[in-house]
Design a protein around this ligand. Structure first.
Ligand code: 26W
Length: 835
């Protein structure tokens, strides 16, 4: 503590440390120092992990310097700040990204060469930070990367799950989940900050009292408290000295031992109570798009909301005292879906019960600072919490939500007098059966901005899901089309393509992706096409080599085949099944000798199924069984291969997307909010086969219809056909489809596992199939034929590939974040000195 120093002694000051060197010499010496002194290892310790840690420390120390500089720059400016509240940050690995953003990559290469180490091996020894399910979590990670690159004062707030997304093993074709204890060997990138610990209340009851100013106040008492301890991870911008923070909370027990129980001899109970508290951040829920109403999940959400808001308010009070008059001007919260939406009520509670503001002043602050992003239209993904559960776990919050709703209902009734049906539809509390809190409605009522993540998605939010709200508050609704960070998803993961691009148009594209447009004229340059094609073929070979090792493939794959890739969570709406139907159709064609002008194809499918999602797991089994039959059939040879890529994750996508020719984006129109894998593939020069869904619509607009393989019903056609959908009639009328269905039905892919695919057949053939897979079969097959024709003409295909990359500029999160900032956050970029 600085306070404990004598007055006459010099002031405690470590700010004058000289900057660490960025050259090979300093890196070598720091690496050796870290390896030997900080980690206590020597040259006999033949363990890659410590070499990785020594390098990561060397890099992290350089981030730390810029981290402090950024902190001071923000503090000096007193600038407005934004907070990205998210239950998921799917960060993947940090090392490559940190080196790239520090501009250290080349020097580190030389350093490790000098030290006799292989950088690639060290990179591979870092575990993924798999703190997310899929799109929503990875988007959060790309967002904070762009915020740092744009020098915006944005902090990410999330949870530090002990176990991230499970590892997927495939056994006999089935998914088996294995816990992902990613922190087992420590985490070099995080710094624990126990000094910023917050206390979180659960249970208890509320009491009213009169405060010293004579105002009635509410106390939430008799609670069981849990501590939230923050761990900070640096988030570097691209070569600009900005390093922002990702702050993740870990739940911890309030006291090491409950002495009362300990003295009474209940040692085990007291330790068990500690576990209950620490369980809250033990594991990430592996559900995407299916809320399950679990109590522990609500505890997680509340812990995130309460700890983050207390942290932010404490920081405010530290600088401004109890004056909240300018709080709304200086702070903005972006809610990543409804998962942190309890924040609306929690900010009310903290402002009123802790800081003594009145209801109206508090509500004005909430409504000026909260902004909500929706990521899905699927009704099964919309969060609702039972009122009973909330009353038990968060009694004070439930009172506040009731009052918010009462005020809101008066507003609705003033706007639409006597329209009780509408009031029932719009109420935050859903009546009828067990009462439920509709979290999306709480978020909308509490926010000044509500956005979807692609044009089509935002339109459907306004027209369908949130129609009543958009009629009441049209000005709240807006669109922010998703993006991906070009640092990770092109510069870092595909260095060969990146340097070919930079050679032609310079490297300005790394921070201004619209510059990729300058590549378009080179699509006409045969020499350039040749080089582009060579780079892509090499990326395909790299992918094969890597996968061969990982999968132990016992067959040959032709690198000249179309690499046809679909990687994403397994879900019926994403229609991996449609992909499999096409593969089986190709197999039928081969078996019947219909192979004139055959174009070899290698279909790669990867993704995890939520552990409780029966149909998704069946789909994985079907893919693996079909793959077994096809890949071992000598008649098929290299004409067709089907490969399931196990344990799909961020670091896998970094190897997969450079090696894809064809990107499968084949969801039922109107179901995929945006998609972001589609953008990564496009950026790396893959051509899309897709429906008019999510951001595919905008991808096609950017690249032009002639460079995109469109198929399938539109969202309106889907809605229209719903009424009279008759898949059996479609199957009967289509010879090829009938053959495909019959082949699955007769047990060709499950010879010793009778009946296991019956449920798949039933769902495809059911008039109630919400995903209408069969309806798009013919159109999909036709589009795939067009793909083959285009691919046969290498010059034409390469042109398309170049033009896809050139047109991907819009899909940088730098653009997305600029839009969020201009329309919602309104932050001023802050330059950080030194570099
Ligand atoms: C309550 C459990 C739960 C968990 C996850 C409900 C809903 C979800 C989401 C649907 C998660 C998600 O990842 N959504 C995806 O968000 C991406 C980023 O905006 C979009 O690109 C995807 O289309 C969307 O499915």
């Amino acid at each position: 503590m600085p306070g404990s120093f004598e007055k006459s002694k010099p002031k405690f000051n470590i700010a004058s440390l000289p900057r660490l060197g960025m050259n090979e010499k300093d890196l070598i010496s720091d690496f050796k120092h870290n390896y030997s002194h900080r980690l206590g290892r020597d040259e006999h310790c033949n363990c890659l992990h410590y070499a990785y840690e020594a390098l990561a420390l060397t890099v992290r120390d350089r981030l730390s310097e810029r981290w402090k500089a950024t902190y001071n720059a923000y503090k000096d400016k007193g600038c407005k700040r934004a907070y990205y509240l998210s239950m998921e940050f799917l960060m993947g690995r940090s090392l490559t990204n940190a080196m790239l953003n520090l501009g250290l990559t080349d020097e580190v290469h030389k350093t490790l060469y000098e030290l006799g180490l292989d950088l690639e091996e060290l990179i591979e020894s870092e575990p993924d930070a798999g703190l997310g399910n899929g799109g929503l979590g990875r988007l959060a990670a790309c967002f904070i990367d762009s915020c740092a690159t744009l020098q915006l004062p944005v902090t990410g707030y999330g949870l530090r799950y002990e176990y991230g997304m499970f590892n997927q093993l495939i056994m006999d074709g089935d998914q088996v989940e294995e816990p992902d204890h990613w922190l087992r060997n420590g985490n070099i990138w995080e710094i624990e900050r126990p000094e910023y610990t917050q206390t979180i209340k659960f249970g208890g009851h509320t009491e009213t009292y009169i405060d010293e100013k004579g105002h009635e106040r509410v106390a939430w008492v008799g609670t069981q408290d849990v501590l939230a301890v923050p761990y900070d991870t640096p988030v570097p911008g691209f070569q600009n000295s900005t390093v922002n923070i990702l702050r993740l909370w870990k739940a911890s027990a309030t006291e090491e031992f409950n002495l009362g129980e300990f003295n009474a001899g209940d040692y085990a109970e007291s330790v068990a109570a500690k576990n209950t508290a620490e369980n809250i951040t033990m594991v990430l829920y592996p559900n995407d798009a299916n809320e399950n109403g679990k109590e522990l999940r609500l505890q997680q959400q509340y812990l995130l909301a309460s700890a983050s808001l207390q942290d932010i308010l404490e920081h405010w009070v530290g600088r401004h005292g109890q004056d909240f008059s300018r709080f709304a001007e200086k702070n903005c919260f972006q809610l990543n879906d409804t998962h942190p939406s309890i924040s609306v009520a929690e900010l009310m509670r903290l402002l009123m019960d802790v800081y003594g503001l009145g209801w109206d002043d508090s509500w004005a602050i909430v409504q000026k600072t909260m902004a909500y992003t929706n990521h899905t239209l699927l009704p099964e993904a919309l969060e609702k919490w039972s009122v009973g559960l909330m009353q038990r776990m968060l009694p004070r919050l439930m009172e506040i939500i009731f009052k918010i709703n009462a005020d809101f209902m008066s507003q609705v009734s003033a706007h639409w007098p006597g329209d009780f049906a509408r009031m029932g539809r719009m109420s935050i509390i859903e009546e009828g059966g067990e009462k439920q809190v509709r979290m999306a409605f709480l978020a909308i009522v509490g926010s000044f901005s509500v956005n979807g993540v692609a044009e089509l998605h935002s339109k459907l939010l306004r027209q369908d899901l949130f129609k009543d709200f958009s009629e009441l508050w049209p000005e709240k609704f807006n669109n922010k089309t998703n993006g991906v960070t070009p640092r990770r998803w092109l510069a870092a993961c595909n260095p060969e393509l990146a340097s070919l691009i930079s050679e032609k148009i310079g490297d300005g594209w790394i921070t201004d992706l619209s510059q990729l447009q300058k590549l378009a004229p080179y699509a006409e340059d045969a020499k350039f096409r040749k080089r582009w094609h060579a780079v892509q073929q090499q990326a395909k070979q790299n992918l094969l080599d890597y996968k061969k090792e990982e999968l132990g493939l016992d067959f040959e794959v032709n690198v000249d085949a179309i690499f046809d890739v679909q990687v994403k969570r397994i879900h019926e709406y994403k229609r991996q099944l449609l992909n499999v139907l096409h593969v089986i159709h190709l197999y039928n064609r081969i078996k019947s000798g219909d192979t004139a002008n055959w174009v070899p194809r290698c279909v790669l499918i990867g993704g995890k199924a939520a552990p409780g999602y029966y149909m998704a797991k069946k789909i994985i089994k079907l893919i693996n069984n079909v793959a077994d039959v096809i890949n071992s059939d000598p008649d098929v040879g290299d004409k067709l291969k089907l490969i399931f890529l196990p344990n799909y994750r961020v670091s896998a996508m970094e190897k997969i997307c450079p090696g894809a020719d064809l990107s499968e984006q084949i969801s039922t129109a109107g179901k995929e909010a945006s998609g972001t894998g589609n953008m990564k593939f496009m950026m790396n020069g893959a051509v899309t086969i897709g429906t008019l869904d999510g951001a595919n619509v905008e991808i096609r607009e950017e690249v032009g219809d002639e460079n995109f393989f469109l198929f399938g019903l539109t969202e309106e056609e889907v809605t229209e056909m719903r009424e009279h959908y008759n898949p059996m009639a479609i199957i009967d009328a289509d010879e090829d489809l009938k053959k495909v269905i019959d082949l699955i039905n007769c047990g060709h892919f499950n010879r010793f596992e009778a009946g296991i695919f019956d449920d798949i057949i039933h769902s495809l053939a059911s008039p109630d199939d919400p995903w209408m897979t069969v309806a798009d079969f013919r159109s999909f097959i036709d589009a795939q034929r067009r793909v083959e024709i285009a691919y046969q003409d290498t010059e034409r295909w390469t042109k398309m590939s170049i033009l896809n990359c050139a047109a991907s500029g819009k899909f940088s999160t730098d653009r997305t974040i600029t839009d969020y900032n201009n329309d919602i956050w309104k932050l001023t970029p802050v330059a950080v000195k030194g570099g």
